[in-house]
Design a protein around this ligand. Structure first.
Ligand code: UDP
Ligand code: MG
Length: 251
């Protein structure tokens, strides 16, 4: 039978989440589905026990497999996972299950309605969002509104599905990868989503945004991140995509 869904989970130092049982949550849901699926855990060169834990899990759970990659940041791990995927539709989602896997049920029906890219949206009321992240996202949306992707309310939700065919066409066009010259150190997510969606839209793919449940589970777990640096990176990202477009990089 043709595989329908490939779930790609980038994984960078996720020992805490893995121990919390996030993969069990994914398994519990997917095993009940009638369609065929696979889960690809795309390890982003973790320096903790993530790789060992993920492999242990995959050994005991059919449909799960693990890819080992050099550390390159989230977008790179997602891309490696998509390349290895076999499903007609690929969903990428975060290990922390900020958007629980069962929300995929809200995304899938839109593919039969002719959409190529179906993305989760966190809406405006974000549970567990501290004030500085709220402020950051307001500024980000304001900038994006001026320059590109005006119709999309939330480009940054880590829960996105694409037809694999379309993903294979768009990802290689990401200038994001071409512009990485320095080796990536430490945690890196950054705004590749904007570029991804922009290219998809430019190439005439239909994008559907669907409201999904979302709860920022790392903040609750006290992970420390430099949000100011992230905001600056995102603003730069929007300008970068706009600039690349003007130079005809996405033609
Ligand atoms: N991630 C990754 N490489 C990195 C940073 C993050 O592969 O350098 C993965 C991480 O394991 C998770 C997803 O990307 O599955 C999103 O990371 P996180 O939940 O920390 O980000 P946030 O919730 O702040 O967007
Ligand atoms: Mg998260």
């Amino acid at each position: 039978m043709k595989r329908k869904l490939s779930v790609v989970i980038p994984c960078y130092n996720e020992e805490e989440n893995l121990k919390r049982g996030v993969l069990e949550e994914v398994w519990d849901y997917l095993k009940k589905q009638k369609y065929s699926w696979e889960v690809i855990i795309s390890d982003d060169g973790s320096s903790d026990k993530s790789l060992i834990l993920a492999r242990q899990f995959a050994r005991k759970h059919p449909g799960f497999r693990v890819l080992k990659n050099k550390h390159g940041g989230k977008p790179w791990a997602v891309w490696k996972g998509i390349e290895a995927a076999q499903g007609e539709i690929v969903l990428f989602t975060d290990m922390d299950q900020s958007t629980p896997i069962y929300e995929v049920a809200k995304l899938l029906p839109w593919f039969t309605k002719g959409y190529d890219v179906v993305i989760g949206s966190r809406g405006l009321a974000r549970e567990g969002f501290p004030w500085y992240r709220r402020l950051m996202s307001t500024i980000f949306r304001f900038l994006r509104g001026i320059f590109l992707l005006r119709e999309i309310e939330d480009t940054q939700c880590g829960f996105k599905a694409l037809r694999r065919k379309v993903a294979l066409e768009i990802f290689p066009k990401l200038q994001f990868f071409q512009e990485i010259d320095k080796p990536v150190k430490g945690w890196r997510v950054s705004a590749f989503d904007v570029e991804l969606l922009f290219i998809a839209q430019k190439r005439g793919h239909r994008i559907k945004e669907v409201k999904v449940a979302w709860k920022d589970r790392d903040v609750a777990m006290g992970k420390k991140k430099n949000f100011l640096k992230e905001s600056k990176e995102m603003a730069k990202e929007i300008l970068r995509v706009k600039f690349n477009d003007l130079r005809g990089k996405y033609a």
